[in-house]
Ligand binder design. Structure first.
Ligand code: FAD
Length: 397
């Protein structure tokens, strides 16, 4: 795989553009927060006790979390709360992908609440040019046990069958509403032992709702040794069905959990053995999708500079305009502003995943973000280095 053209005018180290939306005070606060997250012991402590401290109502926990990591990585506790963030991003031509942060829910009441919240987000997106897509997680709408049994090919009890039918109805309602209101739906990818039924359901929705434009996107975790093949397989199925294919590519968020489960249960880990193999698979996937852009809408959902530059270079090779609606770039809110803001500044379709929801519900998401930004070697994180560079440039460090 060739490296992106070094002559590309895009420069992800341009911190002036990256942090143009932040005042000096905000920049210093963000740098302080990332220096706290750089501390591995502090992050480990939060991972262990964060959720319990909230559940046990330990005084000040919620206030501290709200004013620090929640403020950094989430839009707000509700849609209305998130509006200021969405508007600020849009001022810089950065679009928002709304993501209600509930995961691993197990009661029917919770599942219906997630459905209601997702439908609300779709209506909101339909009336806001700044929000083209809403993201959803299947595990927010059904008990994991049902997915696990289906994935393993086990027989479902009558109760499981009913719950699965309810999930199908919920997903259908979401996709139908999104289709009617011209909003996109990203379906997140989850643990590999739940994923086959998710893939089947999403493909069914693509065939139904991607006829004239892409409403439904599936997510492909390229750290999984089978995903390049699945990506091509699903694309071919969409072609055979005469519909467009929506593919959001990620590397994958559950590597340690996947490897641990495989080791405990004694099956081969489904994760590539090295980071280089994952990178190659991701970059092959992006190449395949962009080279087939007439029938694929691709989202490069990554903080990896090389992969984002690769998509830019491939678009160039394919003579696609930067704002071609078949190529999207997306990073998580609160991370990699150097990539998002430099892409939007150069006219590309750049977006942020803006997670919102009650603090107690988004704790697992916040733990993943802090773990991603910590340092086990004592080196400064990528984010912290960029923030320091900008503080130096502004002469405020
Ligand atoms: C907009 C957006 C949406 C996302 N949605 C999802 C989703 O639906 N499902 C999901 O699972 N994740 C999702 N993620 C998270 C994503 O999967 C990655 O965990 C995260 O983005 C880090 O990968 P990267 O491409 O940004 O960059 P990098 O920092 O270059 O890559 C880190 C990733 O590489 C892989 N990796 C690291 N070390 C190794 C190793 N030794 N061997 C093999 N592989 C290795 C892991 O996947 C790790 O997360 C999303 C991310 C973004 C930006």
């Amino acid at each position: 795989m060739s490296d992106p053209d070094p002559l590309q005018p895009l420069d992800f180290s341009n911190t002036e553009i990256a942090f143009s939306s932040k005042s000096d005070k905000e920049l210093k606060k963000t740098a302080w927060l990332f220096s706290m997250m750089n501390n591995n012991s502090l992050v480990q402590l939060f991972s262990k006790v964060g959720l319990w401290a909230i559940k046990l109502h330990i005084p000040l926990t919620k206030t501290i979390i709200r004013n620090t990591i929640f403020h950094q990585f989430c839009g707000g506790e509700t849609l209305i709360d998130s509006q200021k963030t969405i508007e600020l991003l849009y001022e810089y031509d950065v679009q928002t992908i709304l993501d209600y942060g509930a995961e691993g829910k197990s009661t029917e009441e919770d599942h219906n609440a997630v459905l209601a919240e997702t439908l609300k987000a779709i209506e909101w997106a339909a009336s806001n040019n700044s929000v083209p897509i809403v993201s959803t997680k299947i595990t927010g709408m059904v008990d994991n046990v049902v997915l696990e049994k289906l994935h393993a090919g086990e027989t479902l009890s009558d109760g499981d069958k009913r719950n699965f039918q309810l999930l199908q109805d919920r997903l259908e309602e979401i996709c139908a509403r999104a289709f009617d209101l011209n909003v996109g739906i990203f379906v997140d990818a989850e643990e590999s032992w739940l994923q086959n039924p998710i893939d089947d359901l999403v493909l069914e929705m693509m065939v139904k709702y991607n006829k004239e434009r892409v409403t439904v996107f599936n997510t492909y975790q390229m750290y999984n040794v089978n995903k390049l093949e699945h990506l091509k397989r699903d694309h071919q199925k969409c072609i055979e069905s005469g519909v467009l294919f929506g593919a959001k590519l990620v590397r994958g968020a559950y590597m340690d959990k996947e490897r641990q489960r495989a080791a405990t249960l004694g099956y081969p880990s489904p994760i590539h053995k090295t980071k280089t193999e994952t990178d190659d698979a991701f970059n092959h996937g992006i190449t395949y999708c962009i080279q087939n852009h007439s029938s694929v809408v691709t989202c490069c959902a990554s903080h990896n500079a090389t992969s984002n530059l690769l998509q830019v270079q491939l678009m160039n090779d394919q003579k696609m305009a930067p704002n071609d609606s078949h190529a999207i770039f997306c990073q998580l809110f609160g991370m990699s502003d150097n990539i998002t803001f430099n892409l939007s500044n150069a006219g590309f379709n750049a977006a942020k995943y803006v997670v919102y929801g009650p603090i107690k519900d988004v704790i697992p998401y916040l733990i993943r973000r802090t773990e991603e930004n910590t340092s086990v070697t004592g080196e400064m994180s990528r984010e912290l280095e960029l923030l320091h560079n900008e503080m130096k440039r502004r002469a405020i460090s």
